[in-house]
Ligand binder design. Sequence first.
Ligand code: FES
Length: 141
Amino acid sequence: MRLALGINALAAALVAIPVLGFIFAPAMQKAKNKWISLGKVDSFTQGETRLAQYINPFLVPWDGETAHIPCWVRRIEGDEFQVFAINCAHLGCPVKWFAESELFMCPCHGGVYYADGKRASGPPPRGLFEYQYRVVNGDLE
Ligand code: FES
């Protein structure tokens, strides 16, 4: 009986340890707030908006391709930029930039945003979420 209880306890521990690790690992990670380079300033054309990508700083090994996070970068003039999250402010679908109409459009429920990220129409309750940015040594971060 004791041997059976011991084996059961060992088996329960072998199952519980990885499960508890999976549940609590994100809470144990220290925040890694740091500036992330999006590339050289000159790679962004003045007056245009284009897609850029960065690697999620909270990366875990099994993230794979999902660690590559896209964002929209609008170079207004010189070192003046706007960097937008790609996700719609309504329910998070990825918005697409249409240079011809100078609008961001969301394919999910028809949300529309102006070039400066402000809400134009549709269900989004606000404009696009904007990242802080800075320019250091010719790099957009
Ligand atoms: Fe974009 Fe609903 S998720 S309009």
